[in-house]
Design a protein around this ligand. Structure first.
Ligand code: UD1
Ligand code: MG
Length: 377
């Protein structure tokens, strides 16, 4: 056990060092992307400052490319160093690295998909279908059970079905894999539609990532070897992600000097979704995603075009007061303006982030409560 916690410590130190490097590298690469993107006129209008008709675009778009490339590079350098420094007693085996690589492939696929979307504006069908393919490496490498223990009080309601439901255990098999795909597709799209004020896309992703990383750090020394390894795997994806996101957020925070683009929203959703799936806490991750789940369900009338859905579902900028007021769009940012009244763009982002922090706290509360009851999430 002593040897194992020594491994954990040395891996965490390596991970921290790589993440610091990822932060500084992202800070360096963002201005480079800015100049290249401006040259190709990859820019957007900052709508909440002047309104939809407010002149030419001037803020560089799709700058998520910088954190995307840096964090993937950082993750691969980390893995290489990890394997170089490995010893016979290392608790992270080949299968661990296969899952790690699957996570990297999935994130990279989404960087590509997002960047293509930013440049070419692909139809929504493609945005739903393509993430399914990017989830396949996760399914292929997933080497853990797909059975679920039914909590004791619910057992009376679950019928015994030979081969599927036996003695309070559900052998979900392909159904569980289907659920994994749904999680990943949902995560990769849901960050993107909780958007529309400076800093909100990167901000929510950062808060969720911090919540998940805290959960990982509480479990990397777990007595259960698999739990410990799964959480280290998730932490290994999230730490570089958070470092790169923080650098991006410094540029994207109000007033935005760069826009993150779908390049970032897709990669962020995938990174968080994959970390939840590979770390075996996808249920907790979905609780952390409560604002995105709510925003998605609330948006359905517009997403399905039952109610008209404009290209941008942003609030209106009131030129007299300098405040944002709600529009009749069905999304969380407009709802927050309805409930708490008009506010500045920066305060609106802060409101969303407060809701996000509360959801993380709720997620930890639910885990704690279930633990007290003797069930594990
Ligand atoms: C999603 C939202 C859309 C929202 C848009 C921008 C849905 C279904 N889609 O679309 O309602 O308007 O994100 O957040 O909910 N922009 C700003 N300020 C910001 C961020 C973006 O003005 O803080 C504008 C810029 O003009 C930028 C553009 O939005 O160029 C980016 O939009 P994009 O990410 O391509 O929109 P979608 O993801 O398709
Ligand atoms: Mg977007």
């Amino acid at each position: 056990h002593g040897a194992r916690s020594q491994h954990v410590t040395s891996h965490l130190i390596l991970l921290a060092a790589v993440s610091v490097a990822v932060f500084f590298a992202t800070m360096r690469v963002i201005p480079v992307c800015v100049s290249y993107h401006m040259r190709k006129n990859l820019v957007g209008r900052d709508i909440n400052k002047k309104g939809t008709q407010g002149g030419e675009g001037s803020v560089p778009e799709a700058i998520g490319l910088a954190p995307g490339i840096v964090l993937v590079s950082g993750a691969l350098v980390y893995q290489t160093l990890m394997l170089t420094l490995r010893t016979d007693t290392t608790p992270y085996d080949e299968a661990w690295h296969m899952e790690f690589n699957a996570g990297v492939v999935s994130v990279l696929f989404m960087v590509l998909l997002g960047f293509v979307d930013d440049v070419l504006d692909i139809p929504w069908r493609a945005k739903i279908v393509l993430p399914v393919f990017s989830a396949l490496p996760l399914l292929a490498s997933y080497r853990h059970g797909t059975d679920v223990v039914v909590p004791p009080p619910l057992r009376a309601y679950v019928p015994e079905v030979p081969g599927i439901s036996v003695d309070g255990i559900l052998y979900l098999g392909p159904i569980y894999k289907f659920y994994m795909v749904l999680v990943v597709v949902f995560c990769s799209n849901s960050i993107n539609i909780l958007a529309g004020c400076n800093g909100v896309e990167a901000g929510q992703s950062f808060v969720i990532g911090v919540g998940a990383l805290v959960l990982n750090l509480l479990n990397v020394c777990s007595d259960d070897k698999n739990t410990a390894a799964n959480h280290m795997l998730s932490a290994s994806m999230l730490a570089p992600f958070l470092a790169a996101t923080y650098a991006l957020l410094m540029h994207n925070w109000y007033p935005s000097r760069v826009f993150v683009g779908d390049t970032y929203t897709y990669l962020a959703g995938m990174c968080l979704g994959a970390a939840g799936v590979l770390g075996h806490f996808s249920e907790t991750m979905l609780i952390f995603f409560a604002p995105q789940v709510f925003n998605f369900i609330y948006s359905v009338p517009q997403l399905l075009k039952i109610v008209p859905c404009p290209r941008h579902r942003l609030p209106t900028f009131d030129t007299k007061t300098g405040l944002l007021t709600a529009t009749p769009n069905y999304n969380l940012i407009n709802l927050l303006l309805h409930i708490f009244g008009p506010c500045t763009e920066k305060d609106l982002t802060i409101r969303v982030l407060v809701v996000q922090v509360l959801s993380i706290a709720f997620g930890f509360g639910v885990r704690r409560a279930l633990y007290e009851l003797g069930w594990v999430l």
